[in-house]
Design a protein around this ligand. Structure first.
Ligand SMILES: Nc1ncnc2c1ncn2[C@@H]1O[C@H](COP(=O)(O)OP(=O)(O)OP(=O)(O)O)[C@@H](O)[C@H]1O
Ligand SMILES: [Mg+2]
Length: 435
């Protein structure tokens, strides 16, 4: 017979061996480094200018970074840092290459969510993050999923669960409870909130002392940071339910929103959330903190079916929050009921030649109208076979496959990104200034 103690012993054994097992089964080529981008890519695909114009500019101005010449000698290859320097210093027809950003506003936040597993959430999050970074934006991704697909795809392996969304939620409980206990006006008005005590098991984690930036890690992409996740963070669902008992007035769903409010307004441009395939404490935090909701769905009937239940359950959960916390409690800078500036359905793994897929896209449009993205993300071999961890088409060197295959895959994600950008720029313009 096996009890919880046996399970704990097995886990302790596994944790002890984790480093060893990783070294045995993990080859160094799985370490992520960001490749350089050729002058063809920089000119035509990133800056959208003529290659000869680009070459002419480089030749005329020795202060511009010149990239590296590889053995074949024909192309120059630029790092993303060099590309961003070129972006700052070059003007084309007197127009800046800097990406659009409304002045003075905080970053726009987009949640990629659906409770259907394998809908393409992490693939969409990864590609939109990479496309936005190549477009000159500074991106923070938050991995809300203990499967940690996005974290691994961003090249992070050693993550402590304290420094994940789980830590952010527990830290928020401590800070919010302290704040409520210290509220002086409550005592004077005679409507004092009861004093809440947190057990040592929560306080002694020391999470209340962590700073905002302690949760943020750099990635192989110089302009993408991540709040990572790890398998142990799965505990958050269980723990959060207990925490709500410890302090029933705690607006648990607003923990991440409050956390992000503490970042400086110009630290990032775009904050992207990759959500777990479930509606729980983590995805409610993601959805509540989001300005824009992006719902990816595959092209099968069952995916349509579960996307329909997802929006139904999300609607109920958000309605519950609006009633449960109506006006009684500050939820950070966000208001209740929660309102999204925009909401989109995005079809993924779409095959234009497949009649059933076309019919399903039509059905989505019939049912969900203008909220369906015009540009579905196509099924691409390049992504499907990208290896043990997801790699985006942007990371894959086009010389490793036929250029046409790579271009087609990239073009599909580029079209989806351009629509995504139009959507977030529009929402950003509408976003009220909170500062
Ligand atoms: N456009 C695409 N072309 C080819 N394969 C894809 C595409 N999008 C997703 N996939 C593949 O489908 C699988 C599931 O995708 P992904 O991990 O993005 O889904 P998810 O919604 O994040 O899943 P989960 O619910 O488990 O978090 C992955 O193996 C991925 O490589
Ligand atoms: Mg995922």
């Amino acid at each position: 017979m096996y009890t919880h103690e046996d399970l704990a012993a097995l886990q302790a054994q596994s944790l002890k061996m984790q480093g060893f097992i990783r070294r045995q089964t993990f080859s160094p080529e799985h370490e992520k480094t960001l490749r350089r981008f050729s002058s063809w890519e920089v000119a035509e695909l990133i800056f959208k200018i003529n290659q000869s114009t680009f070459r002419g500019r480089l030749a005329a101005d020795p202060d511009l970074p010149g990239g590296e010449v590889e053995e074949d000698g024909r192309q120059r290859w630029f790092s993303l840092t060099e590309i961003n320097e070129l972006r700052r210093k070059m003007k084309i027809n007197r127009t800046s290459l800097m990406p659009k950003r409304p002045a003075g506003k905080r970053a726009i936040r987009v949640a990629i969510s659906n409770f259907k597993g394998g809908a393409g959430k992490s693939t969409v999050a990864l590609h939109m993050a990479h496309a936005a970074a190549l477009d000159g934006y500074r991106v923070l991704v938050v991995d809300f999923d203990p499967q940690a697909t996005l974290t691994h795809s961003m090249g992070l392996h050693d993550v402590s669960e304290d420094l994940t969304v789980w830590g952010i939620i527990a830290r928020d409980l401590v800070r919010e409870t302290d704040r409520m206990n210290a509220m002086p006006q409550a005592a004077e008005s005679g409507t004092a909130l009861p004093q809440r005590r947190l057990p040592a098991s929560v306080r002694d984690l020391g999470l209340g002392d962590l700073r905002v930036t302690d949760f943020i890690r750099p990635t192989a992409w110089p302009t993408i940071d991540i709040v990572p996740s790890c398998a142990n963070a799965a505990f958050v669902e269980f723990a959060s339910a207990q925490y709500r008992h410890l302090n029933p007035d705690w607006s648990f769903f607003a923990a991440v929103s409050r956390y992000l409010d503490a970042l400086s307004a110009d630290a990032y441009d775009l904050i992207l959330f990759d959500c777990p395939p479930a509606i729980g404490y983590q995805s409610m935090n993601a959805v509540f903190a989001a300005d824009v909701l992006y719902i990816p769905s595959g092209p099968g009937y069952w995916e349509y079916d579960s996307t329909t239940s997802f929006i139904g359950q999300l609607s109920e959960a958000l309605e519950d929050l609006a009633h449960g916390f109506d006006g009684t409690f500050p939820a950070g800078k966000m208001r209740l009921p929660k309102a999204f500036l925009d909401l989109r359905f995005l079809m993924t793994r779409y095959e234009p030649g497949n009649e059933l897929h076309r019919a399903m896209l039509e059905a989505f449009r019939k049912v969900f109208g203008d909220t369906v993205c015009n540009e579905p993300i196509e099924m691409t071999r390049a992504v499907e076979q990208s290896g043990r961890f997801l790699s985006s088409v942007y990371e894959i060197d086009y010389r490793t496959m036929t250029r046409e295959t790579w271009r087609r895959a990239r073009a599909s994600f580029d079209r989806a990104y351009e629509e995504f950008r139009a959507c977030f720029l529009d929402a950003w313009a509408k976003m009220e200034d909170e500062q």
